[in-house]
Design a protein around this ligand. Structure first.
Ligand code: NAI
Length: 338
């Protein structure tokens, strides 16, 4: 490039930086694992979110390519790319929200727990970076097994002295998105009108849809209840099998991640009554973490709601969910404590 072209380029950059720093209202968001199957469509959708002023895309591969591509979208957010561990700290410094879809996905025949060996270490490293560079950021953790990676993140933050339980949220939104879709199908409604609370955790029987609390109020037969519960609990496996070795849910997950991240940003902005399900530190059951509805505010999950009245089918499901969750939580926490 000629000297004048280079000057042009650097002027453009500094103007973009000015825009990011000074004027445009909005939040700074980092995606860790941004070049992956979830990361790429998630980056695209976050670039379209008017609440985002700066978008940092970090990965250990292909971050510059994804960044160049996304940065040509004519929306407000300024996009910057970061490649490899040496750039992790720059990627994280100053961020308000960090979304983590880094790590390996399932192949047919695998459970989410089979991913623990690889993903536990990845989440540990990324969370050490967060504790150092943006300890006040809200963290949306997508990497599986969520039932164990959230306790891992919490223990890393505790060790660093930065743990704020309100700011660490395991993303279970895809279970809610699936539940809304499948329930709407059975009821013959528009899924946008349906609200299904899904509590517990994010794996198999720990995914507990509360069909007795669906809005709008409705009634299911025993057969419908069993069909819906099974389909919601195994929605992820349905996609893994259909993709036949090419990974797990990425597009619906990116959609769900953005729906959840947008709710977190609206909470940060101070909007009232932003309520979504998430896997958080909890006193709703005897377990230290549990997914239920939470109210998102300026400091994260400001209120964790009780489960409300359960029917017998749900009470049985809750017992099964708690049994499995207890082991997954302990496995995550002891990975750091030991
Ligand atoms: P993928 O393999 O397509 O992408 C993962 C990305 O993470 C890759 O670009 C990889 O380079 C990157 N990565 C690996 N190590 C890293 C590190 N140390 N730092 C930063 N980036 C790193 O996988 P996909 O399909 O995007 O899934 C990602 C994770 O999300 C998996 O663990 C998967 O199980 C989980 N997931 C969670 C869901 C949920 O509901 N919470 C739903 C679907 C998937």
């Amino acid at each position: 490039p000629s000297k004048s072209q280079m000057m042009d380029e650097s002027c453009k950059l500094s103007r973009a930086d000015c825009r990011a720093k000074g004027g445009a209202p909005g939040f700074k968001v980092a995606i860790l694992g941004a070049a992956g199957g979830i990361g790429q469509p998630l980056a695209m959708l976050m670039k379209m979110n008017p609440l985002v002023s700066v978008l940092h895309l970090y990965d250990v591969v292909n971050a510059p390519g994804v960044t160049a591509d996304i940065s040509h979208m004519d929306t407000g957010a300024v996009v910057r790319g970061f490649l490899g561990q040496a750039q992790l700290e720059n990627a994280l410094t100053g961020m308000d929200l960090v979304i983590i879809p880094a790590g390996v996905p399932r192949k047919p025949g695998m459970t989410r727990d089979d991913l623990f060996k690889i993903n536990a270490g990845i989440v540990k490293t990324l969370c050490e970076g967060i504790a150092k560079c943006c300890p006040n950021a809200i963290v949306n953790l997508i990497s599986n097994p969520v039932n164990s990676t959230v306790p891992i993140a919490a223990e890393v933050f505790k060790k660093a002295g930065t743990y704020d339980p309100k700011k660490l949220l395991g993303v279970t939104m895809l279970d809610v998105v699936r539940a809304n879709t499948f329930v709407a199908e059975v009821l013959g409604l528009d899924p946008r009108e349906v609200d299904v609370p899904v509590v517990g955790g994010h794996a198999g029987v720990t995914i507990l849809p509360l069909l007795s609390q669906v809005k709008p109020p409705c009634h299911f037969t025993q057969q419908e209840t069993e069909y819906l519960t099974d389909r919601i609990q195994n929605g992820g496996t349905e996609v893994v099998e259909a993709k036949a070795g090419a990974g797990s849910a990425t597009l619906s997950m990116a959609y769900a991640a953005v729906k959840f991240a947008d709710a977190c940003l609206r909470g940060l902005r101070g909007d009232a009554a932003v309520i979504e399900c998430a896997f958080v530190a909890s006193q709703v059951t005897e377990l230290p973490y549990f997914a239920s509805k939470v109210r998102l505010g300026r400091s994260g999950a400001e209120e964790v709601f009780q489960l409300g009245p359960l029917n017998e089918f749900e009470r049985d499901g809750l017992e099964k969910a708690k049994k499995e969750l207890a082991g997954s939580i302990e496995k995550g926490a002891s990975f750091i404590r030991k």
